[in-house]
Design a protein around this ligand. Sequence first.
Ligand code: SF4
Ligand code: FES
Length: 250
Amino acid sequence: MQISIRIDNKKVRCAKGETILNVARGCGVSIPTLCSHEALLPYGACRLCIVEVAHRGIRRIVASCTTTVQDGMYIHTRSRRIIALRKTLVGLLASRCPDAPVVQRLAKDLGAAPMPPAPPADLCIRCGLCVRFCSEVVGTEALCFAGKGQNRKPAVAFFRNSQECIGCGSCAIICPTGAVRLHDEMNGEHPVRVMDTWETTLSVLRCRSDGVPVAPERLRAHVAARCQISEGFLERCLSCKTADTRILQR
Ligand code: SF4
Ligand code: FES
């Protein structure tokens, strides 16, 4: 069902049930975000996407990523109140994460006044993207939030040696600040993947044909179970598979 709203005084027709953020983006209105991702359900953690809405005589400040449009709604994405609140929010984030380039860039773009660093400084902005991607997209539930208040942070169960983590690295890819680190190394003769942030080490499978490290064992098992791909296919490296395809094409 189509409804009518106004965004920054511009009349817009849109589908009922859409989020304010999606509708705004669809009509070229830019709203800053840090915890929203098109592959994930709305979460509302960073609050940077706040907008001011007026509907049926009530004015409210809401997170645009978790609030749906209503017929006749007036939405202001850059009112004075919103600009001031966003500056405060991003200023607080910038003081907590002084080494996160994405946060410092936003602080500069929004003209946020620098605040004294608030210990403990780290790179994590608690956006939850890593936790949600692990659960909603990868389907592993290896990550969750642990602790409260200032000490709340993403973690694996018991903070180390996760038995659920499959070493896919999605958390490191989706993290906007570079807070999640991993690396591959040799443990004697055996290749391993070390998820530094989660203090978890996984053994890595070698290619059946030429012996080069391919992927963590648990990742192979996870993909094989979910996608019904033959074990043989997943146990060979890309160059061996590509070479086979070339031979077949000759
Ligand atoms: S580790 Fe990265 S993705 Fe996870 S909550 Fe922190 S900033 Fe967000
Ligand atoms: S993008 Fe809406 S709260 Fe983070």
